[in-house]
Structures are given as structure tokens and as C-alpha cells.
Design a protein around this ligand. Sequence first.
Ligand SMILES: Cc1ncc(COP(=O)(O)O)c(C=O)c1O
Length: 369
Amino acid sequence: MKPDLIRPEIATLPTYNAGLALDRFQALYGTRCRAKLDSNENPLGPCHGAVEAIRAEAAGIARYPDAGNAALRAELAEATGATPDRIIIGNGSEDLIGALFRTVLRPGDHLVTVCPSFGLHEFGARACGAHVTKVPFAPDWSFPLDGLTRAMAAEAPRVLIFSSPSNPAGPAITEAEFDGLLKATPADTLVVFDEAYLEYLDAARRFDAMARLAAGPNPWITLRTFSKAYGLAGVRVGYGIACTPELVAQMMKARNPFGVNALAVAAARAALRDPGHLARSVALAAGERARLAEGLGRAGHACAPSQTNFVFFDTGQTATDLSEALRHQGVLIKPWLEAPFTTWARVTVGTTEENDIFLAAVSTLRRAA
Ligand SMILES: Cc1ncc(COP(=O)(O)O)c(C=O)c1O
């Protein structure tokens, strides 16, 4: 293969730091996983109805699914108040991030985001030849409004993207901060509000982000997923709600027509019909994340405040070293590889048992150091 075959935007990207699937972990480390806390999955798994729906749908998989995902869009429209033509379904919300960037970003465009941030917010943009400016969170982990405002004034970016509650840090933007940020955003900038962890947000901190977005001049889209609180990471399904049907129609051209499989759609529709499972999943995460943060604090680790199903903490060493040592004890967490946070790691809130295993392993390693 000639070296110039690969586009430089792709050749210079790092490999995505994905969590380890259970079978890969076992094959690589030769030990049983005791606590899988590296990918922000729901430790309760999917609701019973989703599994049943997949079983029922399986008989029909010789047929292509509906490329327009009409049934799921209609049900999401009912659940969210948006019209179906403003909703787009993806093979996970990561699929929609890629489709969106392919739809709007030209080589040389600017994108502004926060740091630390979900890797694909940066990678997908760089793959399209865009320049990415990452504005660090404030030391108290509040959203860096001044820095974002300065970056946007300097660069007039095509896209502003960030998640709230934030992956990997955990905090959520407040309504006042959100309004302030929107006021500071150039009117042509597309605002991408990634709400992958929306369901975990405390009720007192919720606000109607779509109404705030709709009140301003910017084009916008919010992104959501069934991978986290709904426990459906393995089937891959997420969705976006956009400012206009036009944005959805254009993104549909940049998405694979049959990218969302029939089993995923069946599972997502069933998950929407089980609010009890969702509530139990969120309650488990809220209680256990407080306990995890307390335990980590007692062990001397600084933690970012979390409104999610994970805790971001300073390991006090190169995070990959702690992560590797934990793997040998059957515990998976995600070391952060993005400077200047390479001593930080993200641990997903698991079951009570998994969290205890993690906390015990961390303190054992600390004593041994
Ligand atoms: C902030 C954020 N956005 C999007 C995604 C992608 O989720 P999925 O593709 O599973 O829907 C994730 C997954 O970890 C995430 O943390």
C-alpha cells in the first residue's frame, strides 16, 4: 500500500480509546471480569420487554428494516413533543455525530468543544478536515463559558458541540449558563447538544433545552441514546431532534439508509414502554455514584461532580497504569488519554457489588504502592 493512499485527516487520528468487550477482556487477560466499569453501560441491563421484542422480531430478519424508521420516530415524537420529521434515528448516537459532521463540515472549518470531551466529538470533525478547538473546564468543573465565548468570537465555528451532563467529566450545564452560552454563539453556528446522559440528570437541574435552543437564531440538534439509561448499548440505537425537518432530511443522505437494524428498533420501542426500568436504573446510578465518589474521596482521589452514571477521578498516577493494574484484578475502568487529563480515569457506576469490588481493588493497590 502506498503511504499516500490514506487521507492525512484519517492517518493522523489516534485509534479510538474504546472500552473492552467482555470476551476480548477474557481472551487478553485470561481472567474473569468481576466489574465492567469502562463503558457507562447500565448494570441492570435492558428491560425484559426489550429482550422479548428482539426475540419476536428475530423471525423477520430476512427483510430489510424500514429505512425511514417511521414507527420509532412516531413514538419518540409522542415522548418528546417534536414532530417525527424533526427526529432522526442512528446506529447509536455516534452514527449521528458522524452523519452530522459529514453533512455540515468542510475541510478548514472550525469546531469548538470542551476538554475533556467525548472523543468522537473531536475525531469525527477531524476526519472531515475541520480544526478542533478544545476549551478546558474550569478547575471547579463549571462549564468554561468565558473560554468558549472567546474561542467562538475568534473562530466563528461551523459547529459548537458538547455533552451535558458531560462525558467524561460528569457535570451538567445550568439553564442560566446555557442561555448565556447561546447568546455568545455566532448566529450561524450549529449548536450540537449531546444529551447521552440526560436521563441521569437530577430533576432539580433539568430545563427545557430544546425550548431554549428554539428561542434563539442558531441551527441546532440534540442527540440522545438508548445505550446508557435504557441499557441497550449492544443493539446500537440513538436519535437526534433537530431544529428543522430540512436538517434531518439532509442528514439522512449522509447516513447509511439501512444503518439502524430491525432488532434495535424493536428493542428501543419496547424500552420506551417501560418507564419503571428506566427509573430503577437512574435511581441505582444516583445512589451508587454518591457512594463511589465518597469512597474515592476517602482514598484521597479528587473527583469531578457527576450528574451521570460515572465518576471522573484523579488517579494520582498515569491513569493507564492504574487501569492496567485493575484489569489484572478483573476490574475495567477507562483511563483518560487526553492531555492534560492523563492522570484521570472514568469509572462507570455499576451494581453495588461491582462498585465494592472496584473500591476494594483501588485501596489494595494504593496500600501496595
Ligand atoms: C457523550 C456521548 N455521546 C454519544 C455517545 C455515543 O453513544 P451511542 O453511540 O452508544 O449512542 C456516547 C457514548 O459513550 C457519549 O458518552
